[in-house]
Write a new protein. Structure first.
Length: 294
């Protein structure tokens, strides 16, 4: 077998897989949020790994059940065509689906702390850096369910009457997002609490969610962060700025509250430099997930 057709097929599959992921993101976000290149690279990697065995599988089927066998004098063999179709849509489809699910979910678990990266060069640099893919996060005994279900979602509301203060806080969140890192090993419980005016409303979180996360020394640990000024609406009850952060586990959120240097600087700045009339924080694990983007 010539190597050239295999290489061409792999390149084509990789490019088509990446393109389909880009188009899916643009359609889901209606083109307003840009492309997150991390999942694109994940699909690209899967295509590169999975295409060669799939190509060899098709070669095997064709050699075993040739579409134009010599005994038929080159005419199409209906029996062989049906046999190939059945084998490909049963054995081939089952193996492909299983491997896709295992590979993608394992890679997502291994890259659970990956931020949203809308620059392709930055995404490639992140993907290739040491520790970006942490196989220690992957539990081979865990069912292949989305890691999203175990994440902690945190919403914080601020009462900042001055528009200038609102923008200053947004700028501080931009700094927080670019500088958040974890610099110690996680622990289960902490007694240290940072001073804060925040009121915490805690939802019911199962004990098995209060778990340790793998070592993340020096790595970003905030999975996602969005912040903005609320729309002028009577229902906002005076809250003018809202932020939503997402963490892989409760331990990460505790670190965010008690030990994160970047978050401590944001709180200190807000307390000293801004006119804050109130802060409200709530956090939860999702009980319902869905929507067009899922």
């Amino acid at each position: 077998m010539s190597l050239r057709p295999l290489v061409i097929a792999t390149v084509q599959a990789a490019l088509l897989g990446a393109l389909s992921n880009v188009l899916a993101q643009l359609l889901a976000a209606e083109g307003s949020k840009g492309v997150n290149w991390i999942p694109v690279l994940q699909f690209l990697l899967f295509s590169i790994i999975s295409t060669p065995p799939n190509y060899l599988w098709q070669e095997f089927l064709e050699s075993t059940y040739p579409a134009h066998p010599r005994k038929n004098k080159g005419s199409l063999s209906v029996y062989n065509t049906i046999a190939k179709f059945i084998l490909d849509q049963t054995i081939g489809a089952v193996v492909n689906t299983l491997l896709f699910s295992l590979f993608i979910h394992a890679l997502q678990d291994a890259m659970a702390t990956a931020p949203r990266v809308t620059s392709l060069p930055a995404a490639v640099a992140y993907f290739l850096r040491p520790g970006a893919v942490d196989v220690g996060r992957v539990d081979p005994l865990k069912p292949t369910t989305r890691i999203m279900a175990a994440r902690i979602h945190r919403v914080t509301l601020f009462k900042l009457p001055k528009p200038a203060d609102q923008q200053k806080l947004i700028d501080r969140y931009k700094t927080l997002l670019s500088t958040n890192t974890r610099v110690r090993n996680p622990t289960y419980l902490r007694t240290k609490r940072s001073p804060s005016t925040t009121v915490h409303l805690r939802s019911s979180i199962p004990a098995n969610e209060m778990r340790k996360t793998p070592k993340q020394n020096g790595k970003p640990y905030i999975l996602s962060l969005v912040a903005g000024v609320t729309e002028d609406d009577s229902r906002r009850d005076g809250f003018t700025v809202v932020s939503k952060t997402e963490f892989a586990a409760m331990d990460d959120m505790r670190y965010y509250d008690d030990e994160c240097e970047a978050h401590a600087k944001l709180k200190a700045f807000a307390n000293k430099e801004l006119t804050v009339e109130g802060v409200l924080t709530a956090f939860f694990t999702p009980a319902v997930e869905g929507g067009a983007a899922q």
